[in-house]
Design a protein around this ligand. Sequence first.
Ligand code: C2O
Ligand code: CU
Length: 477
Amino acid sequence: MTLCRVIDLNRRHFLAGAGASVLAAGAPRLAHATPTGQRLVADEGRAVLTTGRGSLPVDAWSYGGSVPGPLLRYRRGERLDVTFENRLAEPSAVHWHGLRPPNGMDGAAPLTQAPVPPGETFRYAFDLDDAGTYWYHTHFRGWNQQDRGLYGVVIVDEETPPAVDRDLLLVLDDWVLTPAGTLSTDFGNMHEWSHAGRLGNLATINNAADADVPVAAGERIRLRLVNVANAQIFALMFDWHDPVIIAEDGNSVTPWALGADELLLGPGQRVDLIVDAVGAPSSRHAIRAYTLRDEVNMGAFVYADREGGTGLAGTEIAPLEGNARPSLDLAGARRLELRMEGGAMGGMGRAMMGGRMMGMRELMLHRRIWAFNGVAGDMDAPLASLKRGETVVVDIINDTAFPHAMHLHGMHFREIARNGAPIEDGAWRDTSLMASDDRVEIAFVAETPGRWMLHCHMIEHQAGGMMTFLEIEGDEA
Ligand code: C2O
Ligand code: CU
C-alpha cells in the first residue's frame, strides 16, 4: 500500500462526510446563460495547461473545444436539452453524473444506450429536479476518453442561492505528462489498472498547476469543487481559512466547518463550500493537497490589494434549499452484499467472466483484475432486480488493498454505517469514498425504472471489472 500512505482516508470527517488565475485558465464563467437546445460536440483538440514553467498545450479530446467542456448552468426545474455530436474517431456517450434522468438518458453505454458512432448525434433531454453541482463526462472507454478531457460541469441553481460575493468553480484533475511535456497515451497500462488507477504527475485546478484563486479580504465565497480525475483522491488543506461544507455531491448538508481536517474528495465527488476571506489584502494563502502520490501545491487564495465584500463574511451560514429526497424504510429494507475483490496484493485467485470461472492469468488476458461478488465486470445480469419504491441497503465490503469511489447511477444514497458504526443523518451522495478494508452500508429508494450502474469511479478499476448494475422494475418514463 505504498501509494496510499500519503492520504489518511480514515480521518474523522471522512464520515461526515502558477500564477494562472482560475478565472482565466479554462475556467468556465459562472453566468446563468445556458440556452436550451445546446449542441455539445466531442472532438479532438487541445487543452492548455499552465505549469510552473509556462503554458503547455497538450493533445486532448474535448467537448465544445475546451477542457473542461462548456459549463451547463440551469435553474432547478428547468430542462436540460443537449444534442451530443460525436466527431471523434470512436464511439462515445455522455453520462450526467449525479443528475437523475430517466434511464434512457443516463448515457451509460452500452447498458442504457448504444454508444454514439463517429459522425452521429444523440439528444439528451430531461427535467432537472435537483439543484447542486454536478458534472458530465464520457461513459465509454472512459479510461481513455475521460482522461483526455471529455468532461464538463453542470450547475443547477437553487431558487434562492445563498448570498455570496463570489461563486467560483474549481475543477480538480491530474494529468500524466511525459518528460517531453506531452500527455502520456499509455492508457491501457496494466500496472495502473491493477493498482490505484491512472494517477497523474501534474495536479491542476481549472488546468493550472498552482492556480490563483482571486479573492478580496472580507468577501464571502462559494467554492464548488469537482474531482474529474480518473483515479486521484485529493485531501485538501486551506491554510488558515476555515471552509464550511454546505453540500456534498450536490446535496445540501447541515453546514459544518472543516476545522483542522483535510477535505477529502474522491473521483466523481463534489463539494460546495463557503469560505470567508479572512486574510489580509495582498496576502497569499496556499491551497495544498495530499494525493495518492504526493503532497502538492494546488493553488492559492490570492488577495486583492484592497478589501471587498458586502459585509456577508462572518455572518451565519444557512443550509441550502435541499432537494426532495425519499424517506428510507430502513427496517423493511432489502439487503444486498457487494464484496469488492482483486487488484494487486488482493489475493484474488479466480472470478467469473463471460459465464465461466477463470483463473487470474486468464482474467488478466481479458484485462479483468477486479471483481464484485466473484464476478469480473460481466454486465449481462444485474446484481439484483428491485421493486419500484423499495428501500435497498447495499453492504459494500472493500476486500482489496486500495481505496475506491463507489458510484450509483440514477439515485442518491445515504451512507448509513461505516465499519459497523452507524452514521446518523449522513449526507445524500452519489459517490462514496472507501478506504482499503472499509465496509460501508449505503441505503436508497429504488425510484426510477431501468438499469442503473453501480461501479468504482476509479475508471481503470471500473474497466478492470469493478462494475455491475441494479435493475428496477417498471415502465420507463
Ligand atoms: Cu461519473 Cu458511471 O459515472
Ligand atoms: Cu476502485
